[in-house]
Design a protein around this ligand. Structure first.
Ligand code: 5GP
Ligand code: ZN
Length: 115
């Protein structure tokens, strides 16, 4: 979808530093971080939010959760919060499914690109 900011990042139309990338999803840093580490896990498929999820997406979401664990190891996160906003009334601003991964671990910042 050309008017979707995350589809534009996914296609490369908007350049980004993908800190993890595979055929199913990619990970970038949030442009307005709400914690020392604030990552966004974004599927390539344009799924607006969890309200639009179908059974066929189960494996994709499982892979994204496993990736959050791998990211925690990679960046020495001793713990993290995962947030998925679904719907305007829940505070969703970008209507392309994404997981927020937030952590306060100080040392992790230094390993992330741009820090
Ligand atoms: P939502 O409220 O939809 O769950 O969160 C959307 C998130 O996307 C916000 O935290 C916002 O800062 C982030 N965001 C919006 N536009 C961009 C962008 O162009 N690049 C990046 N990296 N993050 C963005
Ligand atoms: Zn999209």
């Amino acid at each position: 979808m050309s008017d979707c900011i995350f589809c534009r990042i996914a296609s490369g139309a908007i350049p980004s530093e993908k800190i993890l990338d595979n055929e199913h999803f990619f990970v970038i840093q949030d442009i307005h971080p709400k914690a020392p580490v604030h990552l966004l896990l974004i599927p390539y498929e344009h799924i607006p939010n969890l309200l639009d999820l179908e059974a066929k997406h189960a494996a994709l979401l499982g892979k994204m959760l496993v990736a959050s664990s791998q990211l925690a190891q990679k960046y020495d996160l001793s713990g993290f919060r995962t947030i998925i906003n679904s719907g305007q009334s829940a505070g969703q601003e970008v209507f392309h499914l994404h997981f927020h991964l937030l952590a306060n671990t100080g040392s992790a910042q230094k390993k992330l690109p741009g820090f």
